[in-house]
Design a protein around this ligand. Structure first.
Ligand code: ADP
Length: 512
């Protein structure tokens, strides 16, 4: 494609010489202007790819022209011509946005090569920008499809569960002889149908759980819990399964196991999945144990491990077992029925309870899956805050708007001044937000939780800076040591797509 170049020089002779050289030696379309103002006017009205200007031109010098073009038409490239005495201007021109500088007297061939080079570079840059935009569009589309997929799975599994439950009821009625006598063969077939309905229901439940986790719609109702009772309950409910394979079940818990804070139903589901897998992947006569100990590496947590003496998992697949639909290669793993969703769900449930999960294993010797849960601090977490966050989050999802979660911790402060500082920060936060009606700022003992609707990443950054500035001012007002505060923030949808993710990201920043 032909490139359009505007040559700006007050000397008619130079203009014409350049025009001839550029047109004859290369495929440039050249236009001419004699001063800065004419050049700017033409750039405004027409499309140019490059402006080649002399430094000394009337009605604005070359440097000013470069700077103005960089500001008003950044897509137009500029190249400045200087002579030896004005070399300093070359540097200045590059700072102002010129793509290159040529020194007079000009070597025409060199000039053409250099002009072509800057034009090619720009083309590469434009192409790169286009590709980045395409990538961004593809990414957005991918996110949209992913969301549609989750919704589809959620609706489909929900809708399929009801007819399945009806089928199961009918099969059970016939099996119990309520519709007349049936013979043994019929009973066998019906039992098979019943088992398969159960299997289908469990697959649907798994899909539904997974889509809730991925879609950030998992409902967590946390409370203070005694783990011992929960573990005993799950072990006894899985005992028949273990007995079928003569597997011994053990529980090794320390006497003083702290209370934890989590969702009972979800923790039962985690334990059922892990102990169920341990039994499934352990040959006859093996052992499965549930162990627990305090775990301080990541705050105040309790670690619960499910250890088996089973077939084990190769080292290189230990991480992958938590991926959805992943099943370890090898006949021993494949021979047992499963969908490969259990551990993905388990991981999601552990994380929804603010814990982490990992696996250790030795092939042929056994595996240990360990997850952590937060120790209860005796606090009643603010259910109202959660409720308001739920509502605000739903609204942000529905209206495609942003939402930022802020957590602010005041550390190292005397209790009196801590109170004052928290009060100040709370006020500042409310001052900063744009839609006050939708904003919730909760004050707890030594921290602030805030949901800010319509606040995107940039807005959150501004608020963070203002808060930090407020703290500095507080410090300046006659204190010896600055107060230490930690601010954690995460924004939907740029940084997190679910409430859990918002909390995790914001809390992660607090720890960092
Ligand atoms: P599923 O059990 O339905 O196949 P999971 O997500 O629960 O799906 O597990 C994924 C894979 O991880 C299993 O198919 C199995 O290969 C491996 N796995 C899980 N738990 C164990 C275990 N305790 N011992 C050996 N392999 C295991």
């Amino acid at each position: 494609m032909e490139n359009r170049i505007l040559v700006v020089d007050d000397e008619k002779e130079t203009r014409e010489l350049l025009s001839r050289a550029l047109t004859r030696l290369s495929r440039f379309r050249v236009e001419l202007a004699e001063d800065g103002e004419e050049a700017l006017r033409r750039i405004e009205q027409e499309n140019f790819d490059l402006v080649l200007t002399d430094l000394k031109i009337p009605k604005k010098n070359g440097l000013q022209l470069v700077a103005e073009i960089a500001k008003s038409k950044p897509e137009v490239l500029t190249v400045l011509m200087t002579d030896h005495e004005t070399m300093d201007s070359a540097l200045e021109a590059m700072k102002q946005g010129a793509s290159d500088c040529l020194t007079k007297p000009l070597n025409v061939e060199e000039m053409i090569v250099r002009l072509q080079r800057v034009l090619e570079e720009r083309q590469r840059f434009v192409r790169l920008k286009e590709l980045a935009a395409q990538l961004e569009r593809a990414n957005q589309e991918f996110k949209r499809l992913d969301q549609m997929k989750s919704e589809f799975i959620s609706v489909a599994s929900h809708e399929l569960r009801t007819p399945l439950a009806t089928i199961k009821n009918i099969v059970q009625l016939i099996l119990k002889g309520r519709t007349g006598e049936i013979n043994e063969v019929q009973a066998d077939f019906l039992s098979m149908a019943e088992k398969n309905t159960d299997r289908l229901t469990s697959i649907l439940n798994n899909l539904l759980d997974l889509s809730r986790i991925e879609y950030g719609k998992i409902d967590i109702k946390s409370e203070e819990l005694d783990l011992r009772g929960i573990i005993e309950f799950i072990l006894s409910s899985l005992k028949p399964q273990a007995e079928e394979k003569s597997i011994q079940l053990y529980m090794e818990l320390p006497k003083e196991l702290p209370l934890i804070y989590g969702d009972r139903g979800k923790i039962e589901q985690i334990l059922t999945n892990l102990i169920g897998n341990a039994i499934k992947f352990t040959p006859e006569g093996g052992e499965v144990s549930v162990l627990s100990k305090p775990f301080y590496a990541d705050g105040n947590m309790v670690a619960i491990s499910v250890r088996d003496s089973g077939i084990g998992i190769p080292e290189d697949q230990l991480e992958r077992v938590f991926e959805k639909f992943y099943q370890v290669d090898g006949s021993l793993h494949r021979s047992t029925s499963g969908t490969g969703l259990g551990l993905a769900i388990t991981k999601g449930l552990v994380e929804a309870n603010d814990g982490t999960i990992w696996a250790e294993s030795q092939v042929g010797k056994g595996s240990t899956f360990t997850f952590t849960l937060p120790v209860s601090k005796g606090e009643k977490r603010d259910l109202r805050f959660r409720h308001i966050l739920d509502k605000a989050f739903q609204r942000a999802q529905g209206n495609l708007t942003s939402l930022t979660l802020f957590l602010i911790d005041v550390v190292d402060e005397g209790s009196q001044s801590k109170d004052a500082l928290i009060g100040l920060l709370e006020k500042k936060l409310i001052e900063c937000v744009y839609r006050k009606a939708d904003t919730v700022v909760r004050r707890e003992k030594d921290k602030i939780l805030a949901v800010l609707c319509d606040t995107d990443v940039m807005g959150a950054q501004v608020i963070r800076e203002r808060i930090e500035q407020e703290v500095q001012e507080h410090f300046v007002k006659g204190r010896e040591t600055p107060p230490v505060i930690k601010v954690g923030a995460a924004t939907y949808p740029e940084e997190a797509l679910s409430k859990r993710e918002l909390f995790r990201k914001a809390k992660g920043q607090l720890r960092g």
